[in-house]
Design a protein around this ligand. Structure first.
Ligand code: 3HC
Length: 712
C-alpha cells in the first residue's frame, strides 16, 4: 500500500490474517507528533481501510524510543480563539473515533513515549501493548501546558482504568512506565523491549476480536460527584486557583462520565476550546519550549571550538569534597547518573553522615519506585568515601562543597592543585563567594580550570545548576562544565562571577522584604499566604526557615557588602539571631516546628507594631517587584546574557510560577511603567531600597520590554 507522508502503511499476512501496520515516522524530526498533516494522512489511511477492513490494524512507530509525543504544541500555541480551538479538538477526536469504530480490532504497539494526543490515539484502540523499555513512558501532560486532553483522553481514560487513577494521571500530567501502565489496566500487556515485535505479533494472534468497550462501567453518580469535588478541592489548595486547566479537566470528566462516549467527547471539546488562548496556556507552552532550549544550551563560540578540536569527552570519574548536605546530595546525584564518585571529607564521622544522607535519598527513590533494587545498590556502590586526597588523582572533574568560608575553600583547592592532573576541572559549589577570589594568586595556567557549579538543595530534585564563569575561567573549562551539567541531566544557566550570581541575588531582596513586612507588624502566615497566592511554591518566611536563618545571614552579608544599602539585611534578622532561631533545623524560626506541624511563632510579634492595614496587593508587589528590580540590574551588568536566562533561572531555581511565564515575562505582561511607578511609590514610603534602577526606568520610558522576541 502507498506511503502517506509521515505514515507508512504496510500490509502483511500474519498466520493467514491480513494485518495492516500503520507506522509513524515524521521525516527529519526527532519525535512523532500529530501535526494537522499527519492527522490528515491518518484520516486517509483509515478512510481507505473502511471499505475493506483488514483482520487487524496495528499503530506503531519507526522512531526508536518514541511512539507519538502528542499533538503538535507549535500548532496549539498559535490558537487564539475558542472556535479555532474547538476545530482542532473536534477534528482530532473525529479522526480517532474512526479508529475506535473501524470494523476490525486495533492495536497500539508502544515502545517509547506515548504522550498527550499520542496516548489518546492509543486509548481509542482496542488493545495496547507496551514495552518494558525505560524509554517507554505514557501519560497525559496536557495540564502542564495549560490545556486538557482534547482528543478524548478525559473520557476514554476513566472508562478504561477507573475514575480515581484516571484523575490522578490527568491532573498531575505524570508519566508512567510500561509495567505501571499494565498494572493500572491502561496497557493490556507489558512485554520485553528486546523481543517487542515478536510479542506484538503473538498478542495480535491471541486477540483476533474487537475488545469490549467500555472496560469499566462509570461509578455511581454520588461517588463520581464526591471524587470529583475532592479532586477539585485538592487542586484549588495546591494551585490557589492559578491554573484553570486542571479544574477544567475535572469538569470534563465529571460532566462526561455518566453519558455516552460520543456525548462525553462533545463536552470535552466544549471545555477544551476555552483554554489554548488563555495567557496561562501561552506562558506554560513558552516555559515548555524554554526548558527544551536550555536543556540543550549551547554557546556559539564553544560550538565553533568543538568543531575545530572536537567535543570534550564527558567526565566519568568525579570527586566531591565535603560530605555535608550539598556534597552528599551532589555525590548521590552524580552516582545516580552512572558516574564514579570519590567523596572526600576530613573525618570518618562526616563521611558516615554524608553516605547516610545519600542512602536516605536512594531509599526515597526506591520507595517511590523510581529505581529498582539493583540500581539502588549500584548507586551507593559507586560512591567511594575517602579521607585522603590520593584516590582523587584519577578524577576528571572535582566539585568542592565545603563550608562557605573563603580561607577554607582556598586551602582545599591548594591541596587539589597538588593531586589533580592539569586538565581536570576544578569547580566550587559556593553559593556566594567569588570564584575569582578562590582562584586568585595561582599559576596562570591553572586559574583557567576554576569555575562555579552552583547546585540547589535538594540536589536530586532541583533541576538547575548555575555555571559561574570568572574572568580567569578558560573556554575549555566552560565547555567541559557545560557538557557535564547536561550529562547529569540538569539544566544549566551560565552566569558571570558576581556575588550571589543570579538566583540568590534576585531572591534575597524578596526574602529580606518579607522580614521588613513582618517588622511592620504584618502577620507571618499572611505574608506567606500572599506569596503562595501569587504562585510561589513556598512563602518567603517559610523558605528562610527551610534554607536556615544562619545560611541566609551569611549570604545576605556577602550581598550587602557587594551591593550596598539596598541589600542591607532587615534589622529583625539580628533579633532572630540573638534568639537562636535557625529555622527548621532547630524547629524554631519564623515558625515553630513541633511534632511535624508548622505554626507561626506568635512570640515574634512581641515588640512589633499591631497588624497594619496594608492591602494584599501592596504586600505582593513589594515582594515581587523588588525581584524584578534586582533582575533588571543583573541584566544591565551583563551577569546573564538575556531576560530568558533570568526567567529560566528563577523558574528552576526558585519555582517562580510557570503560568506567569517567568519573572521578567511577568513584568513585561504587567507593563514596565506600572512596575516603575509602584517602585517609586514604595521607595517614597518605605525607603530607597525600592528605587527602580536606571535601566528599568529607561526601558519603561521607551515603552520597551525585557523580552523582545519569542522563545524560539
Ligand atoms: N509538539 C511539538 N514539538 C514537540 C513535541 C510536541 N508534542 N514533543 C516534542 N517536541 C519537540 C521538542 O520541542 C524538541 O524540539 P527541538 O529539537 O526543536 O528542541 C524535539 O521535539 C525533541 O524533543 P526532546 O529533545 O525533548 O527529546 P527528548 O527525548 O528529550 O524528549 C519528549 C521527548 C519526552 C517527547 C519531550 O519532548 C516531551 O515531553 N514532549 C512534550 C509531550 C507533550 O506534552 N505532549 C502533549 C502535547 S499536547 C496534546 O497532545 C494535546 C491533545 O490532547 C489535543
Amino acid at each position: 500500500m502507498a506511503a502517506a507522508g509521515a505514515i507508512t502503511v504496510r500490509e502483511e499476512t500474519w498466520d493467514h490474517r491480513r494485518i495492516v501496520r500503520v507506522i509513524f515516522d515524521l521525516p527529519d524530526k526527532p519525535v512523532n507528533v500529530l501535526t494537522t498533516e499527519t492527522m490528515r494522512a491518518l484520516g486517509e489511511v483509515l478512510g481507505n481501510l473502511e471499505q475493506e477492513p483488514p483482520s487487524g490494524l496495528v499503530l506503531e512507530s519507526a522512531k526508536p524510543g518514541v511512539f507519538i509525543a502528542g499533538a503538535d504544541i507549535h500548532e496549539i500555541e498559535k490558537i487564539d480563539a475558542a472556535d479555532a480551538a474547538a476545530t482542532v479538538a473536534r477534528e482530532g477526536r473525529d479522526l480517532l473515533w474512526k479508529l475506535h469504530t473501524i470494523r476490525c480490532p486495533t492495536y497500539a504497539a508502544i515502545d517509547g513515549v506515548a504522550l498527550g494526543g499520542g496516548l489518546e490515539a492509543a486509548l481509542f484502540c482496542d488493545y495496547r501493548i507496551v514495552s518494558d523499555s525505560p524509554k517507554t513512558r505514557v501519560g497525559l501532560p496536557e495540564v502542564t501546558l495549560g490545556i486538557i486532553p482534547g482528543f478524548g483522553g478525559t473520557q476514554t481514560l476513566p472508562r478504561l482504568i477507573g475514575l480515581q487513577p484516571a484523575l490522578d494521571l490527568i491532573l498531575t500530567g505524570r508519566q508512567i512506565d510500561g509495567r505501571r501502565a499494565e498494572k493500572l489496566g491502561l496497557a493490556d500487556r507489558c512485554v520485553p523491549h528486546d523481543t517487542f515485535q515478536e510479542e506484538v505479533e503473538a498478542f495480535v494472534m491471541r486477540h483476533p476480536k474487537k475488545a469490549a468497550w467500555p472496560r469499566r462501567s462509570p461509578p455511581f453518580f454520588l461517588i463520581r460527584e464526591l471524587t470529583c469535588s475532592m479532586a477539585r478541592s485538592a487542586v484549588l489548595k495546591k494551585t490557589q486557583g492559578n491554573y484553570p486547566a486542571p479544574l477544567a479537566a475535572i469538569a470534563a470528566v465529571r460532566r462526561g462520565l455518566g453519558r455516552e462516549l460520543s456525548e462525553g467527547l462533545r463536552i470535552e471539546t466544549e471545555i477544551f476550546s476555552a483554554l489554548p488562548q488563555t495567557r496561562e496556556c501561552k506562558n506554560l507552552i513558552r516555559t515548555f519550549f524554554q526548558m527544551e532550549k536550555f536543556k540543550k544550551y549551547s554557546i556559539p563560540r564553544l560550538e565553533e571550538m568543538a568543531r575545530a578540536r572536537g567535543k570534550p569527552a564527558p567526565a566519568r570519574a568525579c570527586a566531591v569534597i565535603g560530605a555535608g548536605t550539598m556534597g552528599a546530595g551532589i555525590a548521590q546525584h552524580l552516582s545516580a547518573c552512572g558516574l564514579g564518585v570519590r567523596l572526600k571529607d576530613i573525618d570518618v564521622k562526616f563521611l558516615q553522615r554524608g553516605i547516610g544522607a545519600a542512602e536516605k535519598i536512594v531509599r526515597g527513590s526506591l520507595a517511590r519506585k523510581r529505581i529498582r533494587r539493583e540500581e539502588a545498590r549500584d548507586i551507593l556502590a559507586r560512591i567511594l568515601p575517602t579521607l585522603d586526597y590520593g584516590p582523587l588523582r584519577s578524577a576528571e572533574l572535582v566539585i568542592e562543597a565545603v563550608l562557605e568560608d573563603l580561607p577554607l575553600k582556598r586551602k582545599v583547592f591548594d591541596d587539589l592543585e597538588r593531586v589533580t592532573a592539569r586538565g581536570v576541572v576544578l569547580a566550587t559549589n559556593t553559593s556566594s563567594l567569588p570564584i575569582g577570589k578562590i582562584a586568585e594568586g595561582r599559576p596562570a595556567e591553572s586559574q583557567g580550570r576554576y569555575i562555579g557549579l552552583h547546585f540547589f538543595n535538594p540536589v536530586d530534585k532541583m533541576p538547575l545548576v548555575e555555571i559561574v564563569v570568572a574572568p580567569c575561567t578558560s573556554d575549555e573549562t566552560l565547555a567541559r562544565a557545560l557538557e557535564f551539567v547536561k550529562a547529569i541531566k540538569k539544566t544549566p544557566v551560565v552566569v558571570k562571577d558576581r556575588p550571589g550570581f543570579l538566583v540568590n541575588r534576585v531572591l534575597m531582596p524578596y526574602m529580606n522584604e518579607s522580614a521588613y513586612l513582618l517588622s511592620e507588624g504584618v502577620r507571618i502566615d499572611h505574608i506567606d499566604r500572599l506569596a503562595l497566592k501569587f504562585g510561589m511554591p513556598m512563602g518567603p518566611l517559610h523558605l528562610l526557615d527551610v534554607v536556615g536563618l544562619d545560611v541566609g545571614e551569611k549570604v545576605s552579608h556577602v550581598l550587602h557588602e557587594a551591593y550596598g544599602d539596598r541589600m542591607a539585611p532587615c534589622p529583625l534578622f539580628e533579633r532572630l539571631r540573638r534568639e537562636g532561631r535557625l529555622g527548621q533545623k532547630n524547629e524554631r524560626g519564623f515558625y515553630l516546628y513541633k511534632g511535624g506541624k508548622k505554626q507561626p511563632d506568635h512570640a515574634l510579634y512581641d515588640g512589633l507594631p499591631a497588624a497594619p492595614a496594608i492591602a494584599g496587593e501592596d504586600i505582593t508587589d513589594r515582594l515581587i517587584l523588588t525581584m524584578v528590580n534586582e533582575a533588571a540590574r543583573v541584566l544591565s551588568e551583563g551577569v546573564v546574557d538575556d531576560a530568558e536566562t533570568v526567567d529560566v533561572g528563577m523558574l528552576l531555581g526558585t519555582g517562580f510560577p510557570p503560568f506567569r511565564g517567568g519573572l521578567l515575562k511577568y513584568a513585561d505582561d504587567r507593563g514596565l511603567q506600572s512596575c516603575v511607578d509602584r517602585l517609586y511609590a514604595f521607595s517614597e514610603r518605605h525607603g530607597a531600597r525600592f528605587a527602580p534602577c536606571d535601566d528599568l526606568v529607561r526601558l519603561a520610558k521607551s515603552g520597551g520590554r525585557f523580552h523582545q522576541e519569542t522563545v524560539r
